[in-house]
Design a protein around this ligand. Structure first.
Ligand SMILES: Nc1ncnc2c1ncn2[C@@H]1O[C@H](COP(=O)(O)OP(=O)(O)OP(=O)(O)O)[C@@H](O)[C@H]1O
Ligand SMILES: O=C(O)C1=C[C@@H](O)[C@@H](O)[C@H](O)C1
Ligand SMILES: [Mg+2]
Length: 174
């Protein structure tokens, strides 16, 4: 099936898209792509710097451009940024070009995984946990809208998540 040629991971910061995406690509012998990494590679600066100079809107424009390009690939596992689903054209492209997997976990778990890392400008606030809860309330319906599969990463190891995704994609479920 054509759509199963690509696997697109969506979900919030700290759900494990980059970590699990890399491992999943390895076991499937697919190419791994990460839109956040690609944006940083091409601009030569980190994400906080892009937010500082171009604002979130500038970052979203760059994210849109990169996604448009990356989704043209075949046999790729793509880790998207946590806010990629905000743009309707991204949602449209992701669902058209591959199997979309929503990696889900609670804001508390996201917080535990991201608290020591300053690479996420949207969490550069006095109350990051509150921000994570607000973002989840806003985006959970969008993640679900595009998802073919929803897989929990709550308090479980990455290998177990990779195994579940692989099993469900290869089963008749899709
Ligand atoms: N299942 C897991 N169990 C424990 N730690 C995890 C798990 N998944 C990811 N992590 C850790 O959580 C942190 C965030 O993971 P990762 O960068 O993969 O998230 P992400 O979904 O790509 O986030 P972002 O949207 O910000 O890019 C990393 O330090 C990673 O090692
Ligand atoms: O949730 C978000 O909006 C973001 C998540 C990260 O993956 C990066 O794309 C960036 O920090 C923004
Ligand atoms: Mg990531």
């Amino acid at each position: 099936m054509i759509r199963a040629q690509n696997i697109f991971l969506v979900g919030p910061m700290g759900a494990g898209k980059s970590t699990i995406g890399r491992q999943l690509a390895e076991v499937l012998s697919y190419e791994f792509k990460d839109s956040d990494q690609e944006i940083q590679r091409r601009t030569g600066v980190d994400i906080p710097t892009i937010f500082e100079f171009e604002g979130e809107a500038g970052f979203r424009d760059r994210e849109r451009q990169i996604l448009e390009e990356l989704i043209q690939g075949e046999r790729i596992v793509l880790a998207t940024g946590g806010g990629a689903v905000l743009r309707p054209e991204n949602r449209q492209d992701l669902t058209a070009r591959g199997v979309v997997v929503y990696l889900h976990c609670s804001p508390e778990q996201q917080y535990a995984r991201t608290a020591r890392d300053r690479s996420r400008p949207l969490l550069d606030t006095s109350d990051p946990l509150l921000r994570l809860r607000e973002l989840m309330a806003e985006r959970d319906p969008l993640y679900r809208q595009v998802a073919d599969l929803v897989v929990s990463t709550e308090r479980r190891g990455t290998a177990s998540v990779v195994k579940e995704i692989r099993r469900r994609i290869e089963s008749a479920e899709l």
